[in-house]
Design a protein around this ligand. Sequence first.
Ligand code: BES
Ligand code: MN
Ligand code: ZN
Length: 497
Amino acid sequence: MSQRLKLEIKAPAAVEGQDLVILVSDRLALPRAAETAAGEAAQALLTRAARAERFKGKAYAGLTLPAPEGSAYERLIVVGVGSEDDQGELDFVRLGGAIAGRLGAGRTAEIVLALPAGAIEAQQGAELALGLKLRAYAFDRYKTKSKDKDEAEPTAVTLRAADPAALKKTVKAADAIAGGVVLARDLVNEPPNVLYPEEFADRAAKLKKLDVEVDILDEKDLKKIGMRALLGVGQGSRRESRVAIMRWNGAGKDEKPVAFVGKGVTFDTGGISLKPGAGMEDMKGDMAGAACVVGLMHALAARKAKVNAIGVIGLVENMPDGNAQRPGDIVTSLSGQTIEIINTDAEGRLVLADVLWYTQERFKPRFMINLATLTGAILVALAQENAGLFTNSDELAGRLTAAGHATGETVWRMPLGKAYDKMIDSKFADMKNSAGRYAGSITAAQFLQRHVNDTPWAHLDIAGTGMAAKDSEINRSWGPGWGVRLLDRLVADHYEG
Ligand code: BES
Ligand code: MN
Ligand code: ZN
């Protein structure tokens, strides 16, 4: 429904599409394969048009031309790859995005997978295909007018590769990742009247189709287990809270799992500590952490990753109501520690406290990474450029930072420490859920750390990166599906086989 691109992979053959996509370096010389497809006159045409349009072949820049006289194509879409000397630097996902941005709705296009410096590899072709799909995504489920529908016509793309069989294989893994990102985006974009905790849990349960084991805990289960911090947040909502547990068993039975935990506040009004009205609609995205975990589990299962992975998401709606939690309330979390509620809008840490403790005690994971749209303060510190990374493990810090650079989903490490921890001591309970404005992201992280023992753990504060995304070459969606590619990469690089 939200995917506007159909992709086929074929060997070089007779012309089929309307648009021919050609990659050129800053030398502006058409690769042999491209010249064959576009015709003799294409090089002279490109040279002339490039001069007129000041097109220099810079990476990700593009130029659209009418095809030469007598050609079977309508247009040539020329996209730059920069200097032939630093082709190693080229981001093929981004390149795919740049290409998709130049193809219109309802067009048929062929991409000649050749670089000026030589044939494109299967791996790079798959990354390009991933970029095409991510850019073509649009959330148009609630657009009913025909004008909008025309824009949603799919673009049909054929990748012409010298070795289509090899490319088909790598594109399959890329499709698994694209599917995970698209799923995460859909969840973040869905309106909060549609996607409440029970519905979110039902969507997670659909992963069963990919052989993921899914268990849903309802309020009765949660009470019995003792997740009173989580339940306290949800008690002001007409919608019941849920916890979803997803298990992908891709490795041996005795191998310890890796674990991912997500904040899934399907809507955050702030509760009795009510948020201001302006912009509150954005708080439908306060489940981006949970969406990422579901998208990641999809990606791992769809590409049959050789890893045992657990996903646990805490699903609640934070509403003001006669039964809502009050500032001043004291709750006992699953860990047995007591928490004084200072601000009902600091709800994410209450949800995570219980699911982190639960995940650690039940699954004894190799590591535990949680994602949460936890604090506005992380936007003050890092804007939308990096997620805040808080961790008790230098090894995880290094690996996450590297995976961030590899995928473009970058993280920046922030401090944890005794002095910050002390800031959440409470007069009446073991701790309080808010310590005021200063170091707001760090004190939130300290709160989470009080619910983690010596398990290697990392907290990603994605309030800046997980929702209300800026447009990029590979994303035009409000919900970017941030973190799926980062964590899939982390797993692929260090925890498989
Ligand atoms: N969900 C919000 C954080 C948030 C803000 C996410 C902006 C995305 C964009 C979180 O529950 C929250 O309200 N945090 C408070 C904490 C404060 C009360 C200690 C905040 O950031 O103001
Ligand atoms: Mn809040
Ligand atoms: Zn929140």
